[in-house]
Unconditional design. Structure first.
Length: 50
């Protein structure tokens, strides 16, 4: 996993694609929210947002 992050950072630095960073962060946050909501009591409230 750490190797993937290093490669991604090297790609963004070499190709000047820093605009990808906010997209990746948002995708990771949404994925984490969905994984967290699977076994949680607040799941019905989170699913109403989408």
């Amino acid at each position: 996993m750490l190797e993937l992050l290093k490669d991604l950072w090297a790609f963004m630095r070499a190709r000047k694609k820093f605009w990808l960073l906010p997209i990746i962060v948002i995708l990771l946050l949404l994925g984490g929210l969905i994984v967290f909501a699977q076994g949680s009591a607040i799941a019905p409230f989170i699913y109403t947002l989408f």
